[in-house]
Design a binder for this molecule. Structure first.
Ligand SMILES: Cc1ncc(C[n+]2csc(CCOP(=O)(O)OP(=O)(O)O)c2C)c(N)n1
Length: 342
């Protein structure tokens, strides 16, 4: 079986356009609070979600919007939710981190690692009540250091639960570089629990599609869980307005904001010894300089760009698809905003 390249690209592009619209609403102040987008994860989500069918479940993290949209949930319901409208997916009370759909058996949570128990619970119920159905857990690599995810993977293995554990690894947990706080190799860790693992390029939707195809077939046929480790890049950093990303994009504007308070605290009389101050300064400068080689600066990591390159042989069809999806998202936006009091 081969993937349908056009429909995978359509899923990814729709999600990107939708999240770009969300970013604009957030920047305009219409969405309050933090906003974690999944831009950069589209190939992972599309490559997995394309295999789901009725009765399958999804447990999502704080970047759940793309998966819900790709699964088929009405985008207007999601937007209304983010806008705090009572007609939203969770009655306007959940916001972007607490999105639920009973119809599609999907639940998101802002508690890092909670995707593990949620997916294992869905899968346990499927094993008894709907054999052949499966559950997917999407989480970041930071969640791999959370106990409850490990406990769920252990039980999923022991009970041969039909789960696909998908680790979307961008290398960062907010401002912590995950390699500094992670022991060993994540696939080895899964294997230690008796779960076979695969490493894939999370920017390549076809690779993700192929790996998740066999993992999901394995789960459907009662052979138990699989762990998929997919590297990706979060182009917006941890959340919208993330300072390191602002520095990457506009260093001349952002640097004075850092340099002035940094100089003031360095020069302040009293307090830490000069040696300690210099060490602190060195750490901050190293963080800023590391942004020069940051993969988030490189558009070649963009999964959409990579998928699009494979479709260039039919430019007319590509244009038609892109125009149609842009119109669809414009209409969604207009319809959600029409109900928001100005
Ligand atoms: C149990 C728990 N601990 C800490 C946090 C605070 N927190 C929110 S997001 C995040 C980083 C998660 O990193 P990762 O799992 O790699 O996901 P990413 O944000 O990179 O997609 C942390 C520590 C939380 N929400 N829940």
């Amino acid at each position: 079986m081969l993937p349908d390249i056009w429909s995978l690209y359509a899923l990814m592009l729709k999600s990107r356009l939708f999240e770009e619209a969300i970013a604009k609403l957030w920047q305009d102040g219409l969405i309050s609070g933090e906003m974690h987008l999944g831009t950069g994860e589209e190939a992972i989500i599309a490559g997995v979600v394309a295999h789901l069918r009725e009765g399958d479940a999804m447990a999502l993290d704080h970047r759940g919007t793309a998966a819900l949209l790709m699964r088929g949930i009405e985008p207007v319901l999601i937007l209304r939710e983010l806008l705090g409208h009572p007609g939203g997916l969770s009655g306007g009370m959940g916001g972007h981190m607490h999105l639920f759909s009973k119809e599609y058996l999907a639940a998101s949570s802002g508690i890092v690692g909670a995707e593990g128990p949620t997916a294992a619970g869905f899968a346990l119920s499927a094993q008894y009540l709907h054999p052949g159905a499966i559950a997917v857990a999407f989480f970041g690599e930071g969640a791999m250091n959370q106990g409850m995810l490990m406990e769920s993977m252990n039980l999923a293995s022991a009970w041969k639960l039909p789960v696909l554990f998908v680790c979307k690894d961008d290398g960062w947990a907010i401002t912590t570089q995950s390699e500094r706080v992670t022991g060993g190799d994540l696939n080895e860790r899964a294997r230690g629990l008796g779960i076979p693992g695969a490493k894939v390029d999370g920017g390549d939707v076809f690779e993700v599609w192929k790996a998740s195809h066999s993992a999901i077939e394995r789960a459907r046929s009662g052979q138990g869980p699989t762990f998929l480790h997919a590297r990706c890049v979060h182009f917006e950093g941890h959340f919208l307005g993330f300072q390191l990303i602002r520095i990457l994009r506009d260093p001349l504007r952002e640097m004075p904001e850092i340099a002035v308070p940094l100089t003031q605290s360095f020069m302040r009389p009293g307090g830490a010894a000069l040696r300690e101050r210099l060490a602190g300064l060195k750490t901050v400068m190293a963080a800023v300089l590391s942004t020069l080689r940051d993969p988030r600066r490189d558009p070649n990591h963009d999964p959409l760009r990579r998928a699009r390159a494979t479709l260039q042989s039919d430019p007319a069809r590509l244009q038609e698809l892109e125009d149609q999806l842009e119109k669809e998202i414009r209409d969604v936006l207009a319809s959600a905003l029409a109900e928001v009091p100005s």
